[in-house]
Design a protein. Structure first.
Length: 118
């Protein structure tokens, strides 16, 4: 199973983007879906996660308070909306899945690039 992230783009600081993570039917059940990002020259960092069945969310400090994770169970998609984008949000954003709280992330797909200009 490979997850597909999309929705990135080039925006100005202060704008919003909604990133999508899509997968085949049942690929998210019963996993936790996580978002990560990697800026050029930096290590990949965790951004947030959502339980597919529970809907429980957790956000990294870097985006907490200006982001919303959600899922559409009918469309088998997970969304990460980031508001008030900052230049430091510039990175390739990826989604992945893990069973429960194992933190063993898998099914990485191609990411989606977010570029925020100041």
């Amino acid at each position: 199973v490979q997850l597909q992230a999309s929705g990135g783009g080039l925006v100005q600081a202060g704008a919003s983007l909604r990133l999508s993570c899509a997968a085949s039917a049942n690929a998210f059940n019963p996993y936790t879906v996580g978002w990560f990002r990697q800026a050029t020259g930096k290590e990949r960092e965790f951004v947030g996660r959502i339980g597919w069945n529970s809907g429980v969310t957790y956000y990294a400090a870097s985006i907490k308070g200006r982001s919303t994770l959600s899922r559409d169970r009918a469309r088998n998609m997970v969304f990460l909306q980031i508001d008030n984008l900052k230049p430091e949000d510039t990175a390739v954003h990826y989604c992945a899945r893990a069973l429960g709280a194992t933190e063993r992330w898998e099914s990485w797909g191609q990411g989606t690039e977010v570029t925020v200009s100041s």
